[in-house]
Design a binder for this molecule. Structure first.
Ligand code: SF4
Ligand code: SF4
Ligand code: SF4
Length: 348
């Protein structure tokens, strides 16, 4: 991948900063010492982390909406406007991130909780994100959300949760349409047979997540006491899956492997959505028409490494194929549709 000097400088600063940032965020006592007070101005690290994350996502989403230019085009001077699909998607990302992942949990709830806003309790980052599935075995509310609401959403809308709402996906989607982000997706995303065969890793992570969930469930129901095992599994989950995979490979490696490594090979919720889409025979599909000329930009724009062009043409002759969750891991981002100069693709 050809990179400018400024991009290299960025990468040399970005990777150690992300690793150090997540290490302090997730393991403050191991890095800074036992009982360390990580609050800044009375607010927890989680608050500042969410604020920074939300600022990055929302500022890029707002820029895309204000500029109103095709955010997936590889051209230098883009004249085509942003499609109405992308306008809705980036508006959804902006609102979901700002309201759902920041204002409600970090501003509204503490305010109505009656405590002083600028005096958080000393606590370290929570490590139970819903994408890990096992929280669905700990609370009924989360169980309904993960195992009823999300599969219903997949049935209606495919895996658009990943490109319209999910906080991890919000960062991937917004960074993926910046100048460097587009290049990282185009040139870094693993593609081809071997890359697809490695999706088995995600099945392993999902199996681990469900096993952990069952252990937690049996323990909480007092069927079997498993406190010692829970602590060990939680430590493995926190270090290998949450820190090494989700944070280091999932975010710090954006410049090398594109923006969706975690979503493609790690996230247990993604695998669960894919399977529920297959079982429910989700109607979500991307279809190709007779206008395909076989230039392959759609494949290059796909952050999930899907060979979109193979459904659209054979030896540059249109085949008018289609794909959905039966045969791909598509997240409905619409990048392949917007990058195609002949308007050969659309959502069915
Ligand atoms: S794959 Fe998982 S982490 Fe990625 S956007 Fe979807 S739900 Fe979120
Ligand atoms: S669908 Fe569009 S971008 Fe993809 S190969 Fe055909 S013409 Fe090219
Ligand atoms: S196939 Fe198209 S819509 Fe699906 S993930 Fe890839 S670029 Fe996005």
């Amino acid at each position: 991948m050809k990179r400018s000097r400024s991009e290299w400088v960025f990468i040399f600063m970005f990777i150690p900063s992300i690793i150090a940032f997540y290490a302090i965020y997730k393991y403050p006592e191991a890095i800074l010492g036992q009982g360390v007070d990580t609050r800044i101005l009375g607010k927890s690290l989680s608050f500042w982390y969410a604020l920074l994350y939300t600022a990055i996502v929302c500022s890029i989403a707002a820029k895309v909406l204000v500029q109103n230019k095709n955010s997936y085009s590889f051209k230098k001077n883009i004249t085509q406007p942003l499609s109405s699909y992308q306008k809705k998607k980036f508006t959804s990302i902006f609102i979901a991130q700002l309201v759902g992942f920041f204002l409600v949990p970090y501003v509204l709830l503490p305010l109505v909780g009656g405590k002083s806003f600028w005096h958080d309790d000393l606590s370290y980052a929570t490590k139970s994100a819903h994408v890990y599935l096992y929280p669905g075995f700990k609370s009924w509310g989360m169980a309904v959300y993960l195992f009823v609401v999300i599969p219903l959403g997949v049935w209606f809308f495919g895996k658009r949760y990943c490109s319209w709402i999910c906080s991890c996906g919000n960062l991937a989607e917004t960074v993926g349409v910046t100048v460097w982000g587009k290049k990282w997706v185009k040139e870094g995303t693993p593609r081809g047979e071997m890359a697809n065969r490695n999706h088995i890793v995600q099945l392993t992570v999902m199996t681990f997540a469900i096993t952990f969930g069952l252990v937690l469930f049996f323990d909480s129901m007092k069927i079997v006491a498993m406190e010692g095992i829970i602590l060990k599994i939680q430590a493995i989950q926190d270090f290998f899956i949450d820190f090494m995979f989700g944070s280091v490979a999932g975010v710090a490696a954006y410049p090398f492997w594109g923006t969706r490594i975690w979503c493609r090979y790690g996230c247990p919720l993604a695998k669960f959505m894919e399977l529920s889409g297959k079982i429910s025979k989700s109607n979500f599909q991307v279809s190709a028409n007779e206008k395909c000329t076989g230039i392959g930009l759609c494949t290059q724009a796909c952050p999930m490494g899907i060979d979109v062009a193979s459904y659209a043409h054979l030896n540059k002759k249109p085949t008018m194929g289609s794909f959905g969750l039966q045969n791909t891991i598509c997240i409905g981002c619409g990048g392949c549709i917007d990058v195609c100069p002949t308007q050969a693709l659309s959502f069915k």
